[in-house]
Design a protein around this ligand. Structure first.
Ligand code: KDG
Length: 362
């Protein structure tokens, strides 16, 4: 399907999208300073699912985010960040002190890496409002009414049992109600162990239509040594087409409910140069995207930009090669933008990049 650049503000939405997770305050020392040196921090907001809601809303999709934040200035500011990017927050819970005694907004500190010095994240999200709120009180039948697509990630269930039980309930109810479900395992080693993540995320697979990433799951490589040099967290770091195709096939054989599996692969060169490409299984075939090489300004949220790009392309019936190239181009653009989310509101610019057109637009 061909697209002209749509006039935005929500009129280009073939499907209604909802996602659930934790929105967090991000505190970053300016100018690539280390946390140890910092005397000030720049405030912004992030959270994998929120990033996706925001990226899709910027592209004109009818996009909703559900979470629990404390009913104070911190919680309200996070909601404001979402709202001013056209994300619907009507079902959001602004909790009272009785409901969430610690009354906290999840926070994280990002020390932005430079060249060979990698970035570093410190979470400060224990006892956040989302984790303390009694999520069994949320009526999911009502929450999901009228939506076509639900996106979830493996970050939220890693927070505590309350959240883990809730996310599994979301998956079950969404499937019963016929929503398309996408899921990104998004393994975070500081929140749970790889084995815990694997056991939980594998339980999610029967409910998933669109799977981002191939870790962490109990699958064909259960006997593989995950610590080997070219493997990390249970996945090959730089797979060949044949290797990726074989992995996808194992997922499909075991979980025929999966309609699409997509994974982006990062190749780090020297300094801040970076290359990105993706593999995608869709309608019986494995597709390999183009390779995009670029400099990184802020790499946080690159995976979320990839996921939102693919969701957008699927919603708009792109051809498979365009789907995967659009997703990688979205991620590449995100790497050039400060903050966690891809705030690109110009579909055409991503399509230009997808076609490797880097020309100035006048
Ligand atoms: O790491 C997390 O839990 C976050 O959600 C923060 C970032 O926004 C996220 O990692 C980007 O994918």
């Amino acid at each position: 399907m061909e697209h002209s650049n749509p006039i935005l503000m929500g009129n280009d939405s073939p499907q209604k999208f909802i996602t659930i997770g934790e929105v967090m305050l991000r505190l970053t020392p300016p100018n690539y300073e280390k946390i140890r040196m910092a005397s000030s921090f720049e405030a912004s907001y992030g959270g994998s699912e929120a990033n996706i809601a925001l990226a899709l809303a910027n592209l004109g999709v009818d996009s909703t985010f559900f979470s629990v934040v404390p009913n104070n200035s911190l919680g309200k500011s996070a909601v404001r960040w979402l709202r001013c990017n056209d994300v619907h927050c009507t079902p959001m819970i602004l909790s009272t002190k009785e409901e969430t005694p610690s009354h906290r907004l999840g926070t994280y500190y990002l020390e932005t890496g430079y060249g060979i010095r990698p970035s570093k994240v410190i979470y400060d999200r224990m006892h956040s409002a989302l984790t303390e709120y009694d999520l069994t009180k949320v009526d999911l039948d009502e929450l999901f009414d009228g939506f076509d697509w639900l996106h979830l990630s493996g970050i939220t269930p890693a927070l505590n049992k309350n959240c883990a039980d809730f996310i599994l309930r979301c998956l079950r109810v969404a499937k019963e109600k016929g929503l398309t479900v996408s899921f990104d395992g998004n393994f975070r080693s500081t929140l749970w162990s790889w084995e815990e993540a694997r056991d939980y995320c594998t339980q999610c697979l029967p409910y998933v239509d669109v799977l981002f990433g191939i870790e962490p799951y109990h699958l064909w490589k259960d006997d593989e040594d995950h610590s080997k040099g070219d493997w990390k967290d249970g996945v090959p770091l730089q797979p060949s087409y044949e290797q990726e195709d074989e992995i996808f096939q194992h997922f499909i054989d075991r979980y025929p409910n999966l309609k699409c599996i997509a994974r982006h692969v990062r190749y780090v060169h020297s300094g801040s140069e970076n290359s990105l490409k993706a593999f995608m299984w869709y309608e019986g075939h494995t597709f390999e995207s183009k390779l995009y090489t670029f400099n990184i300004l802020d790499r946080v949220g690159g995976g979320d930009a990839f996921a939102s790009g693919l969701i957008y392309a699927m919603m708009h019936d792109y051809k498979p090669m365009d789907m995967v190239n659009f997703a990688v181009a979205s991620s590449a653009i995100k790497h050039t933008i400060h903050g966690d989310a891809n705030i690109t509101d110009d579909v055409e610019s991503i399509r230009n990049l997808m076609n490797m057109n880097y020309d100035i637009k006048r």
